[in-house]
Design a protein around this ligand. Structure first.
Ligand code: CAA
Length: 382
C-alpha cells in the first residue's frame, strides 16, 4: 500500500492549485453574483489542458486517470464550485463515456474538441418525472428509416447553456421496458429541434449553467447511437459511478475551503480577551472538520483508483459521495457557526461556500440514492 502521490500527480495537483488561487479565488465571488463563469476562465483551463485531463493523448488530451481528476477537482472546487462542477461534468459525464462506449467515429469527432474546451459537454438524463427514478424516463427515440427522431424534455442539465454536445438518454423500448429499453445518443447542440429552455436560478453554484433542454423532432443519423441499442441505462449508471467520484472530490474542495476560512477567522477574531481559536469549543469543531475531510479524501482516492484499474466501483463511488457531501455540509455549517453573524453576510465568502455545499448532497444521485446503491451492494455482495 502506498499513500504517496506520484511525481506526476503532485505536479498536476500543484498546477491546479496555482490556477485556482491565481485565477479562480479572486473571481469566485463576482462570478457567483453575476451568475456566469468568465470566458477567460474557460480559456485558461484550455491552455492548462484541464478540459482534456482524462481524454487519451491519442485524441489530444492529457491521458490521465480518475485519481488525477479528483486531485484537480479538489483544488478547483476549493476556489470555485461553479467552475468545479462545470469541469467535472465535462470530463466525467461526457468525455469519459465517449471514450469508453463511443464508436471510433464519435471519438474522432468529439474527443479532440472536448480536450481543448472548444466544445463543452453535457449529460441529459433527468426529466421532470424521472429524477431519482432515472429508469422511468420518457424521452423517446424512434427510427424513421435510417434516421433517429428524438422527442422529450430534459431538466437540470449542467452546462446546458454553454455546451456544444450532449449525451442524451432516450427510450428505444416500450413504455414498460424501464431500464432495459433506454439508449444513449451523442447529440450536437446545433442540431435542428434542440433548444435551451429555462435557465435555473440556483441557491448555490450560481455561476454554473443549469438549464432545460427541449428536444423536438430532433433528427440524427443512425451513427448517433452510442454503444449498443438498449444499453443506455448501463452506460448512464456506469458513467455516474465516475461522476459521483467527481462530486465527492468537489465536496472535499468546498469542505477544505470552509476549514481554511474557519482557521483563519478563529485566529483573528478575539472575544473574552483572546482569539477564539484558544477555546476548546472551537478547536473541537476544527478537529472534526479535519478528520472528516481526511476520511473523505481516502474514500475518494480509493474509488478513483479502483475506477482507473477498471474495477466496478459503484459501492465505493457512492460511499465516497455520500460521506464527502455530508462532510462538505458539516464543514460549511461549522465554518459559518464559527464566523457567527459575520458569516451570514456577504462580508465573507463563507455564505457562498454554505450555499455551494448544499447541492453536493443532491445532484448526481441524492444521498438516499447513494444509500440504495451501497445497501444493495452490502446485501447482495455486488
Ligand atoms: N454500472 C453498470 N450497470 C449498472 C449500474 C452501474 N453502476 N447500476 C445499475 N446497472 C444496471 C443493473 O445491473 C441492471 O441491469 P440488469 O437488470 O441486467 O441486472 C440495470 O442497470 C438496472 O439497474 P437497477 O435495477 O439498479 O435500476 P433501478 O431502476 O432500481 O435504479 C438507481 C437504480 C440507483 C435508483 C438509479 O436509478 C439511480 O442511480 N438514480 C439516480 C439518478 C441520478 O443520479 N441522476 C443524476 C443525473 S446527473 C445530474 O445530477 C445533473 C448534472 O448534470 C450534474
Amino acid at each position: 500500500m502506498d499513500f504517496q502521490l506520484t511525481e506526476q500527480q503532485t505536479l498536476i495537483r500543484d498546477m491546479a492549485r496555482s490556477f485556482a488561487e491565481g485565477e479562480l479565488m479572486p473571481r469566485a465571488t463576482q462570478m457567483d453574483r453575476q451568475a456566469f463563469i468568465d470566458p477567460e476562465v474557460f480559456a485558461k483551463m484550455g491552455e492548462l489542458g484541464l478540459w482534456g485531463l482524462t481524454v487519451p493523448e491519442a485524441y489530444g488530451g492529457a491521458g490521465m486517470g480518475n485519481v488525477e481528476l479528483a486531485l484537480v477537482l479538489e483544488e478547483v472546487n476549493r476556489a470555485c464550485a461553479s467552475t468545479g462542477v462545470t469541469l467535472s461534468v465535462h470530463n466525467s459525464l461526457l468525455g469519459a463515456p465517449i471514450h469508453k462506449w463511443g464508436s471510433e467515429e464519435q471519438k474522432r469527432t468529439w474527443l479532440p474538441r472536448l480536450a481543448t474546451g472548444e466544445t463543452i459537454g453535457a449529460y441529459c438524463l433527468t426529466e421532470p418525472n424521472a429524477g431519482s427514478d432515472a429508469g422511468a424516463l420518457r424521452t423517446s427515440a424512434k427510427l424513421d428509416g435510417d434516421t433517429w427522431v428524438i422527442n422529450g424534455t430534459k431538466v437540470w442539465v449542467t452546462n446546458g447553456g454553454t455546451c456544444g454536445v450532449m449525451l442524451v438518454y432516450a427510450r428505444t423500448g416500450t413504455a414498460e421496458s424501464r431500464a432495459k429499453g433506454i439508449s444513449a445518443f451523442v447529440v450536437p447542440k446545433n442540431t435542428p429541434g434542440v433548444t435551451v429552455g429555462k435557465h435555473e436560478k440556483k441557491c448555490g453554484i450560481r455561476a454554473s449553467s443549469t438549464t432545460e433542454i427541449l428536444l423536438e423532432n430532433v433528427r440524427l443519423p443512425k451513427s448517433a447511437l452510442m454503444g449498443k441499442l438498449d444499453d443506455g441505462f448501463t452506460i448512464a449508471m456506469d458513467t455516474l459511478d465516475g461522476g459521483r467520484i467527481g462530486i465527492a472530490a468537489q465536496s472535499i474542495g468546498i469542505g477544505r475551503a470552509c476549514l481554511e476560512a474557519a482557521v483563519k477567522y478563529a485566529k483573528e477574531r478575539e472575544q473574552f480577551g483572546q482569539p477564539i481559536a484558544n477555546f476548546q469549543a472551537i478547536q473541537w469543531k476544527l478537529a472534526d472538520m479535519s478528520t472528516r475531510l481526511d476520511a473523505s479524501r481516502m474514500l475518494v482516492h480509493k474509488a478513483a483508483w479502483m475506477r482507473d484499474k477498471k474495477e466496478r466501483c459503484s459501492q465505493q463511488a457512492a460511499e465516497a459521495k455520500l460521506f464527502a457531501s455530508q462532510t462538505a455540509n458539516f464543514c460549511a455549517d461549522e465554518c459559518l457557526q464559527i464566523h457567527g453573524g459575520a458569516g451570514y453576510t456577504d462580508h465573507f465568502h463563507v455564505e457562498r461556500l454554505f450555499r455551494d455545499a448544499r447541492i453536493t448532497e443532491i445532484y448526481e444521485g441524492a444521498s438516499d440514492i447513494q444509500r440504495i446503491v451501497i445497501s444493495r451492494a452490502v446485501l447482495n455482495g455486488v
